[in-house]
Design a protein around this ligand. Structure first.
Ligand code: S3P
Length: 158
């Protein structure tokens, strides 16, 4: 089983995963390697459903491994993914309020995020709201990360 980090974009999944284990696996990186282009480009060329299909495949493969796994923010959207995650533990939900996350995503110039680029702030907040129950459904542990430093978060986890 994997130690899985879940949460919305900007919640710090990769940062925390790296602190837990420098050899952590980042799902978006695995997907990017597999599709041979950026996720943003793939969304443009093939559409979001094609991305979600690959994301499901990659999740199923990686959950078999004994790794720390940082997921993409939309991994909980599919029923199948949630069923797979329900059989795994721990699934650590890094939870924060929308404004905090929005500020972080907007300030991030490194990662290209089509779901952020293609939606207004208002629509993104609706997406955020609609995902809360999905994260909570599969989470075995929830940490409110908004006011914690990465070091403090890791302390809670180990
Ligand atoms: C997505 C989040 C991204 C990436 C893709 C879709 C989403 O990952 O998987 O752009 O739907 O929330 P991060 O949460 O690591 O930014």
């Amino acid at each position: 089983m994997a130690k899985v980090l879940i949460g919305f974009m900007g919640s710090g999944k990769s940062t925390i995963a790296k602190k837990l284990d420098p050899h952590y696996v980042d799902m978006d990186t695995v997907i990017t390697d597999r599709i041979g282009m950026s996720i943003a480009q793939f969304f443009k060329e093939q559409g979001e459903p094609a991305f979600r299909a690959i994301e499901s495949q990659v999740l199923a493969e990686l959950l078999e491994e004994d790794i720390v796994l940082s997921t993409g923010g939309g991994v909980v959207l599919s029923d199948m993914n949630r069923q797979l995650l329900a059989q795994n533990q721990p699934n650590i939900y890094l939870k924060a309020d929308f404004e905090t996350l929005y500020r972080r995503i907007a300030a991030d110039t490194v990662n290209d995020r089509p779901v952020f680029e293609q939606n207004s702030k208002e629509d993104l907040e609706k997406i955020f709201d609609s995902r809360q129950e999905l994260y909570e459904e599969v989470a075995t542990q929830t940490i409110d990360v908004a006011s914690l430093s990465p070091e403090e978060i890791v302390e809670v986890l180990v």
